[in-house]
Write a protein that binds this ligand. Structure first.
Ligand code: PMP
Length: 492
């Protein structure tokens, strides 16, 4: 079922209601891009001329698709796939390749289910609680298909440049506006007067920030993070290993001098992955700090203030669940740093997928609309949905672990959330479990023996007495995890 609202998302939008957002739009479109242009002009020109056509064809453009059959065929294909029953435990998409003897596509089954329509549970299926894949939102988008669907015609922005005449602009202004509106709606971050740099997931922006900050320093930078930290900070810094920076482990909080005499770049996630703790670097720190706010959204933590740090990272993945769309953004105060990050993106991936940006625009606009349209009940909004699911999961885990002296769960404070306008009990994306017994030195190994896959503490720069279990996956995955944990805990 496709509603007219879906097409609305494709039409040019009126300027944002917020004058601030309009100003920002201009700022982004002028000064930042002008500077990016200065820095990368030679590189760009070489590329542009090598790929420019030598002659201009003056033939009239092909007629616009006058009939709507192309659209109805696309809609029908999408609907046929979506309507296919896979017992609630699988999917058929228009690009599903498995085909049965009758020529019909075969369901792609979710983990722990099998059969042509995924109706058969796999006995003794292990609970995979390793990755933070935010599949819990699938259910939300299935229930609100008109909100998440967007149609992409074959000729949609196929070039490298976003629009003709904007040689150095790879970003969708509509997406930028939706991002600013979303932050204003949730009150979780200040965007006024800040630059927004889009990335292929915030994963790309972690290194874009580190690399660009290091370029601003005369000496080799030391990249640090306080354990337990998100493992990609260490992994990326060591992997990309350039002459400008190096991984230096944990920050030296007690020392007033910078590590090894060199400048320090500190990466910090708040709320933290894995602990869900709200964190802040002491104000007397000598280094520059990159705040990763992937989880600073009302369904995952209480919103207590609009964060306003110099460099902040956000990601679509943990807001709408669209991790595979690979959209993240940095909110940056310093123009020079934004330009350096844009150049990183230019050299690394020549921008960000236009198709992904369109999808993200549709999703974020829908989220904003769901809370600002008087005709829609806020309870239908994604933050309410995600919050409800995660509150219930956390309460369930607490109940299971309360019976155990062998394992303990991290403590998370209940706080007042300005978005929900009330106290918000813990609703984290991960459980950070500690094995109390002397002999349980490797907690992930203990879990594995109970048919549960978690992520060992060492991947967070921490002790293997800890293991991280994800709470972000589908309900069936969580039920399986809860069932396996209950058995493990009951064994004493
Ligand atoms: N930062 C943190 C703290 C994360 O947990 C993740 C994803 N697990 C990311 C960044 C990367 O997010 P993405 O690349 O999906 O935008």
């Amino acid at each position: 079922m496709v509603h007219s609202e879906v097409y609305e998302g494709l039409l040019p939008q009126p300027p944002s209601a917020s004058p601030q957002a309009r100003d920002e739009d201009r700022g982004w479109g002028s000064s930042l891009k002008t500077c990016a242009l200065c820095v990368s002009v030679l590189f760009n020109l070489a590329f542009w001329y090598s790929s420019a056509p030598q002659q201009v064809a003056l033939a009239p453009p092909a007629p616009a698709a006058a009939e709507s059959s192309w659209l109805s065929a696309a809609v029908q294909a999408a609907e046929t796939a979506a309507m296919r029953s896979c017992s609630g435990h699988g999917d058929v998409f228009i690009d599903t390749v498995l085909v049965g003897s009758d020529g019909a596509q075969i369901c792609e089954c979710h983990e722990c289910f099998t059969g042509p329509d995924c109706a058969v549970p796999i006995p003794d299926c292990a609970a995979d609680a390793d990755s933070g894949d935010p599949q819990l939102f699938e259910d939300y988008w299935r229930r609100h298909p008109e909100m998440g669907t967007v149609v992409t015609p074959g000729w949609y922005r196929i070039g490298y440049q976003f629009r003709d005449g904007q040689m150095f602009n790879f970003f969708n202004n509509a997406l930028e506006a939706a991002i600013r509106e979303l932050h204003a709606l949730t009150g979780n971050a200040v965007t006024e007067g800040r630059y927004i740099v889009l990335g292929t997931g915030s994963m790309q922006l972690i290194n874009a920030a580190v690399h660009s900050l290091a370029l601003q320093q005369p000496n080799i930078s030391n990249v640090v993070a306080l354990a337990p930290y998100y493992g990609a900070y260490e992994l990326q810094t060591k992997w990309f290993n350039t002459a400008n920076y190096r991984w230096a482990g944990e920050p030296e909080r007690s020392s007033s001098t910078s590590l090894n005499g060199g400048p320090v770049i500190e990466l910090i996630a708040s709320p933290n992955n894995p602990t869900a703790t709200i964190q802040e670097v002491p104000s007397n720190t000598s280094g520059v700090v990159v705040y990763d706010h992937a989880y600073y959204w009302p369904h995952l933590t209480a919103i207590t203030k609009a964060v306003d740090y110099d460099i902040m990272l956000f990601t679509l993945s943990k807001i709408t669940g669209h991790a595979g769309t690979r959209i993240g953004w940095a909110i940056v105060k310093d123009l020079d740093l934004s330009v350096k990050m844009m150049n990183y993106l230019f050299i690394n991936t020549l921008g960000v997928s236009h198709d992904s940006q369109l999808r993200a625009t549709q999703l974020l606009r829908s989220v904003v609309k769901s809370y600002t349209r008087p005709t829609m009940s806020p309870e239908k909004g994604i933050f309410h949905y995600g919050h409800e699911v995660l509150l219930a999961r956390w309460a369930r885990l607490e109940a299971i672990f309360s019976k155990s002296s062998r394992f303990s769960l991290q403590h998370i404070e209940t706080q007042h959330c300005s978005f929900f306008g009330k106290k918000s009990a813990p609703s984290p994306g991960y459980a950070w479990v500690y094995c109390e017994r002397d002999e349980d030195m490797d907690c992930s190994e203990v879990m594995l023996r109970a048919n549960i896959t978690g992520r060992a503490g060492m991947f967070f720069g921490s002790s293997n007495r800890y293991v991280r279990l994800t709470l972000l996956r589908r309900q069936t995955n969580f039920e399986n995890l809860a069932a396996h944990l209950s058995v493990l805990v009951s064994q004493g």
